[in-house]
Design a binder for this molecule. Structure first.
Ligand code: PNW
Length: 478
């Protein structure tokens, strides 16, 4: 590692971007306003409300559709340089297809983008953060490969309308999470139960869609617009239980989640990792499948997909322990991985059952990505902590300061190429199947008051200090 002084170690490099993140369905509301079409989260919350713990929905949420000027003010007051938000596909293309564009949707995002730029804040746009137009789900959703083409058509509408001003793009948010929306009928939208099959089909379509979008931008827009395109991936750090479990964690990292998406796009060979192909093909055969449950890329597709990135977006929240062994039903990705996972009971918790506080996992994972893929530029697109609400969010303050310190060690000591950071989330919002019970905001939102007032929590004040001084304050450094 590099030799660095204590002051540098807690300071953000020049040019490093700091900001906050949100997603359309979680904050916008206006679910049927001004010509927006129905998406799969509208359908789930309206038709199967029991799947959401408090039976709530994003119908109104933070009502950012009507209060976006307040969101921009919060960002401005914090000294944020970048705002990561997502575009609601069905607000732009109500039926999912590009034959019918909803001008009110275009106007909404134009107003938001222009206001951000007027305030010196760079927009970073996620094209897809889980709110698929229902009309495309009616065709089968992501397991249907035709969506790789429809996604490209949607992206073209975005580049045409916003690409003159938006220079940072993410094609997809956490495909690892939304492929699981096809593995259980009590899970996220569309909540379909086809584990070990529809999840792999989803991954395959999403990888091809990402590549289509990247190549289309290269052909039609890049020269003029000069933007950068990435994808926001997520994975928990996997800590081996013992030295005999290193291989199990290696299968978890490459075999299971992250590399399913990262290897075809970021590795030099391209394609799925061979450990994934071998295991899923072999286990499929053992289970009596004539065709492997893992779809195959042609060599043209491997070459077309390889290298379709300008940076890697990464969402870090937590870690797991991994051990050799088999768990999960047959067929399933869990079973395919040949690893048993659990979390150390000594790790501090949060309001979310899956989120334990493991800051050192962040540094280890950043190093793992850098080693695996030749140190690509990494943008931390999400990192955050949940509680049950309240302005005095001491545990969230600690979560942010500890994780930022680990990230700065990765940058300065390990020389990992991290280029930006957006905290999840700017505001309390609709936390998917946990409704409004788990809060991730650095600003509190009063969901009873129709004007949805926003109030800075202690964490917003500390992040403001950090963003303005561009260093971790002394009182958080030991
Ligand atoms: C991310 N898990 O989701 C999403 O990108 C956000 O929309 C979400 O609000 C945030 O993290 C907090 O949940 C995740 O179970 C959902 O491991 C679940 C998991 C991880 C990330």
């Amino acid at each position: 590692g590099a030799d660095v002084d204590n002051e540098t170690l807690v300071t953000f490099p020049d040019g490093f971007l700091l900001g906050a993140a949100t997603a359309s369905y979680q904050i916008e509301g206006g679910w049927d306003a001004d010509g927006k079409g129905v998406n799969i989260w509208d359908t789930l919350t309206h038709e199967r409300p029991h799947l959401v713990v408090d039976q709530s929905s994003g119908d109104v949420a933070d009502d950012s559709y009507h209060h976006y000027t307040e969101d921009v003010k919060l960002l401005k007051d914090m000294g944020a340089q970048v705002y990561r938000f997502s575009i609601s596909w069905a607000r732009i293309l109500p039926d999912g297809h590009d034959n019918k564009v909803n001008q009110a949707g275009i106007d909404y995002y134009n107003n938001l983008i222009n206001l951000l730029l007027d305030n010196g804040i760079q927009p970073m746009v996620t094209m897809y953060h889980w709110d698929l137009p229902q009309k495309l789900q009616d065709l089968g959703g992501w397991p249907n490969r035709v969506l790789a083409t429809y996604s490209e058509n949607y992206a073209r509408v975005l580049f045409k309308n916003f690409g003159d001003r938006v220079k940072l793009w993410l094609t997809f948010n956490e495909p690892l999470t939304f492929m699981d929306a096809y593995t259980s009928d009590t899970g996220m939208a569309p909540s379909i139960n086809a584990p070990g099959i529809a999840d792999y089909l989803t991954a395959h379509t999403v990888i091809l869609a990402h590549a289509n979008i990247y190549r289309m931008y290269e052909r039609e827009f890049k020269e003029q617009q000069q933007g950068k395109i990435g994808i926001a991936l997520n994975i928990h750090w996997c800590e081996p239980v013992s030295s005999g479990d290193v291989a199990a964690c290696d299968r978890y990292l490459p075999g299971r989640p992250l590399e399913i998406f990262a290897h075809p796009i970021f590795s030099e060979e391209g394609d799925y990792p061979s450990v994934v192909k071998e295991r899923v093909d072999a286990i499929s055969a053992e289970e009596g499948f004539t065709t492997s449950r893992l779809p195959k890329f042609t060599s043209e597709e491997v070459n077309f997909t390889k290298g379709t990135y300008d940076f890697l977006g990464y969402n870090y929240y937590t870690a797991v322990m991994g051990q050799e062994g088999v768990e999960g039903e047959s067929p399933s990705r869990t079973r395919d991985s040949g690893m048993i996972q659990f979390q150390d009971p000594n790790w501090p918790g949060s309001a979310s059952s899956w989120l334990k506080v493991v800051p050192w996992g962040f540094r280890k994972l950043l190093n793992w990505i850098a080693n695996q893929y030749g140190n690509p530029p990494i943008f931390i697109t999400e990192n955050g902590f949940s509680d049950y609400g309240g302005l005095n969010d001491t545990n969230r303050v600690l979560y942010y300061t500890e994780h930022l310190k680990e990230m700065l060690k990765a940058i300065h000591i390990d020389e990992v190429n991290v280029i930006g950071y957006t905290a999840w989330s700017l505001v309390d919002n609709f936390e998917w199947l946990r409704g409004y019970t788990e809060r991730y905001g650095i600003h509190e939102v009063n969901f009873i008051d129709p004007s949805r007032p926003r109030t800075p929590k202690e964490s917003a004040k500390v992040l403001t200090e950090i963003y303005q001084t561009r260093k971790i304050p002394d009182r958080f450094v030991d």
